[in-house]
Design a protein. Structure first.
Length: 633
C-alpha cells in the first residue's frame, strides 16, 4: 500500500484550525485508520503491551480478547469510560458486579488523563446505543482486568482541541499540548512528508544523505550566528546558519548529489514565521543548471505532497525579481489574487499636484497605484466614494487625467484606488504591503480573494547579485549569499557596474511566503575571491579553506534549501510555524517549558575563560524596549 494513500485516508475531514476543532475529530482519525488497516498500514501494536489501538476496533473485532493502553478521556456516571490513544477513542464498560469491585475502583477513581491498561472482550453495544458519529461506535469493551499505569494530577488545561489556551501556556506544557489532535496531525504529516522526500531523493534519484557539523566557524556575511564557547581562550565555534559551505565541499569531494534534513541556526530574533533553530531540506548537485534544480524540486514536492490536499501542479510559474517588485511590491508575491501595482507616472507628467510633481522630478521617481475592486463597499477605512472621487487630491486631478486613470486601471464605481508617489522600489514596496493589508481586510469582511485550499507556487528568478547595504548604500551585500554565481551574460559588469549584475539565484514562493531559495554556485576560486574581497569587502581568510578547495578541480554545482517548517505550516494551514515544530522556542527565543537559555554559575564559565558582564539598569531597560511587551509566545 502506498503511504500517501494511508495519510490521505487518515486525515480526510480534518478541521482547518485549532480554534474550530471539536471532539469528533478523533473519530474521523480513527475511522480513516481502519480503512487504511485493511490496506496493510504500519503495525501500530508490535513490540508493546497492547494488542490493538483504541481507535481501530470495529464490529469485525467482535468477540476478540484485546488489551488496550490509553489515556482516560472522560467517564460517564461511573458506567462508561472513554479511552484515547493517538489512533482514536473507544468506550469501555465499567463492570458493576461485586466480583469486579477492584476493577471498578481503578476505573472510577483514576482521574481524567491518567494512563490505564485494560483487557477485555470486544462486544456490540446494546441496540439503540450505537454512536454513528464515533468510528468505534458500534462496539464497546467489556473489561476483565484493569491496571492504573500512571495517575494524572489536575491539568493546567483540558486536553481538548476546542478548549482555548494561550500559546505561552501551551508551550510551557508542550508535552500536554502535543496530545491534542491538531499537534498529532501536524507532526505525523510532517514525518510522512519527510519520509516521502527521502524516498524521492535517495531511492528514486540517487541522492546521498550526509550529516554535516553543527559546531563550525563564523561565516562572513549573511545572518547573525550563535556562538558556542570553547575551552581555548577567546575561541568560539559558531552554529551554522546553513550547511552551505559543507555541501559545496561535498561536491568538491565527489559526493555529487547530496541532501540532508538539516538543522540551521540564526540569531536574528523571532518573527511569526521564524525560529532561532529551524529545519531545511538542504540539497546540492554537481553538473546542474537552474532548470535542473527547479525540475528536481517540482518533482520532489509533487511526490511528497499529501493526497488529501489540492494537488501540486507543475511546472511552477516563474517571474523575474524585477517584475515581482514592480507588480506586487515584494520578492515573494502572493499571486492568488490580482490588485497588481500599476505605474501611472505618465498620467501625471504635467500635474499641478505638488507631491506628485516633486516625486516625478526625482531620479527613479514614479507614481504607482493599486485598485481594490469594490473596496468602497467593504473597507470601512474609506468613506463611501462618489462620482466626484472622494479624496482631497481629487479636485486637482484634471478631467483628462481622470479619464486616463479610469482607462488604465479599469476603475469601476465602488472601487478604491490607492496611490503613492516616490522612488520606484519604495513606492512599490509600500503598495505591496497595502495590497496584502487590504486583502486581509476584505477577507475578514467575507470577500473571498484567496482560495484557502489552493497551493500557488512561484519561482522568482533573475535576482540582482547584490543589493546596496541598507545602512550604507554605497556598499554592496549579497542578495542571496556570497557563493552565488553571476548570470553568465552579466559577468563583464562585475568589473564595471556590479550593482547591475543579475545572479543565478532562485527563490521558491508558496502563497506569498518564501519557502526555499538556492543558486548555481561560483566554482572558480579567482572569481569567488574577487567577489568576497573586492566587491563585498569580506575577510577572505575566514573562507581560505573553501577558496583552496575550489582550486582543486571543483565541479560546477548548484543547490537549494527548502524551509521545512514554513512549508509544513502552509500545508497544514497552521497559524504559526510553532504549530509544526514539536518543541519550538517562544517569540523571544525561550524554551518556556525548560526555561532555556538559563544562567550558568561563574565557576562553570571558568573553563571557557568567559565572564558575564551584567548590563546596567539602563542597558537592561533598553533591551526590554527592543522586545516590547510581547507576551512570551
Ligand atoms: N544555504 C542557502 C540558504 O540557507 C540555500 C542555498 O543556497 O542552497 O538560504
Amino acid at each position: 500500500m502506498c503511504l500517501t494513500f494511508w495519510l490521505s485516508q487518515l486525515y480526510r475531514g480534518l478541521p482547518r484550525s485549532i480554534g474550530r476543532t471539536t471532539q469528533p475529530v478523533w473519530d474521523s482519525l480513527s475511522r480513516n485508520l481502519v480503512l487504511s488497516s485493511q490496506r496493510r498500514i504500519p503495525e501500530f501494536s508490535s513490540f508493546v503491551a497492547r494488542t490493538n489501538t483504541c481507535g481501530e476496533l470495529r464490529s469485525s473485532h467482535l468477540g476478540q480478547e484485546v488489551t488496550l493502553c490509553g489515556w482516560i478521556q472522560y467517564r460517564r456516571q461511573n458506567i462508561f469510560l472513554v479511552l484515547r490513544d493517538f489512533h482514536g477513542l473507544v468506550q469501555v464498560v465499567i463492570p458493576q458486579d461485586e466480583s469486579a469491585a477492584s476493577v471498578k475502583k481503578i476505573l472510577c477513581e483514576a482521574p481524567v488523563e491518567s494512563v490505564v491498561q485494560v483487557s477485555g472482550t470486544v462486544i456490540s453495544r446494546p441496540p439503540g446505543q450505537e454512536n454513528p458519529k464515533m468510528p468505534t461506535g458500534q462496539i464497546e469493551i467489556k473489561v476483565k482486568t484493569a491496571e492504573l499505569l500512571n495517575s494524572c494530577k489536575k491539568l493546567p488545561f483540558e486536553i481538548k482541541d476546542f478548549v482555548k489556551k494561550t500559546e505561552a501556556l501551551r508551550l510551557q506544557y508542550r508535552y500536554l499540548d502535543l496530545r491534542s489532535f491538531q499537534m498529532q496531525y501536524n507532526l505525523r504529516l510532517r514525518s510522512q512528508m519527510v519520509m516521502k522526500m527521502r524516498e524521492y531523493l535517495c531511492n528514486l534519484h540517487g541522492f546521498v544523505d550526509v550529516e554535516t557539523p553543527t559546531l563550525f566557524k563564523r561565516t562572513p556575511g549573511g545572518a547573525k550566528e550563535f556562538l558556542v564557547p570553547s575551552r581555548e581562550p577567546g575561541k568560539f565555534y559558531s552554529l551554522p546558519q546553513s550547511p552551505q559551505q559543507f555541501k559545496q565541499l561535498l561536491m568538491i569531494g565527489g559526493l555529487d548529489r547530496y541532501f540532508q534534513v538539516a538543522r540551521c541556526y540564526r540569531d536574528e530574533g523571532s518573527r511569526p514565521d521564524r525560529q532561532p533553530e529551524f529545519t531545511q531540506i538542504d540539497i546540492e548537485m554537481s553538473f546542474v543548471n537552474q532548470t535542473g534544480i527547479q525540475n528536481l524540486i517540482e518533482g520532489l514536492l509533487q511526490y511528497s505532497w499529501p493526497n488529501d490536499k489540492e494537488p501540486v501542479v507543475v511546472p511552477f510559474p516563474s517571474m523575474s525579481f524585477a517584475e515581482a517588485l514592480a507588480t506586487y511590491g515584494t520578492d515573494k508575491p502572493d499571486i492568488r489574487f490580482g490588485m497588481k501595482i500599476i505605474d501611472i507616472s505618465d498620467v501625471f507628467r504635467n500635474t499641478e499636484i505638488g507631491f506628485l510633481r516633486d516625486a516625478l522630478s526625482e531620479p527613479q521617481g514614479t507614481v504607482k497605484a493599486i485598485r481594490i475592486p469594490e473596496g468602497a463597499e467593504v473597507l470601512p477605512i474609506f468613506l463611501k466614494a462618489n462620482r466626484n472621487w472622494n479624496s482631497s487630491v481629487a479636485k486637482f486631478i484634471m478631467e483628462e487625467q481622470r479619464l486616463e486613470l479610469i482607462r488604465l486601471m479599469e476603475i469601476q464605481e465602488e472601487d478604491v484606488v490607492l496611490l503613492t508617489a516616490g522612488e520606484h522600489k519604495k513606492a512599490c514596496s509600500s503598495l505591496g504591503k497595502l495590497r496584502l493589508e487590504c486583502a486581509d481586510l476584505l477577507e475578514i469582511r467575507g470577500v473571498v480573494l484567496r482560495d484557502p485550499a489552493l497551493f500557488s507556487f512561484l519561482w522568482v528568478v533573475d535576482f540582482p547579485l547584490f543589493f546596496p547595504k541598507e545602512e550604507n548604500p554605497a556598499e554592496l551585500e549579497s542578495a542571496h549569499h556570497p557563493f552565488t554565481a553571476p548570470h553568465p551574460s552579466d559577468i563583464h559588469l562585475l568589473y564595471t557596474e556590479p550593482e547591475k549584475v543579475r545572479s543565478q539565484h532562485y527563490d521558491l514562493v508558496l502563497n506569498g511566503s518564501e519557502i526555499g531559495g538556492g543558486s548555481i554556485r561560483i566554482h572558480d576560486a579567482e572569481l569567488q575571491r574577487y567577489i568576497l574581497a573586492t566587491l563585498l569587502k569580506e575577510d577572505v581568510k575566514l573562507l581560505s579553506h573553501l577558496l583552496q578547495a575550489l582550486d582543486y578541480g571543483a565541479p560546477p554545482h548548484g543547490g537549494i534549501a527548502l524551509g521545512l517548517d514554513r512549508l509544513m505550516c502552509l500545508v497544514t494551514r497552521a497559524a504559526s510555524i510553532r504549530d509544526v515544530i514539536a518543541f519550538p522556542k517562544s517569540f523571544r527565543g525561550h524554551d518556556l517549558m525548560s526555561n532555556a537559555p538559563d544562567s550558568v554559575p561563574p565557576e562553570e564559565l571558568k573553563p571557557y575563560h568567559i565572564q558575564v558582564s551584567w548590563p546596567t539598569d539602563s542597558e537592561a531597560e533598553k533591551s526590554s524596549l527592543n522586545h516590547p511587551h510581547h507576551p512570551e509566545s
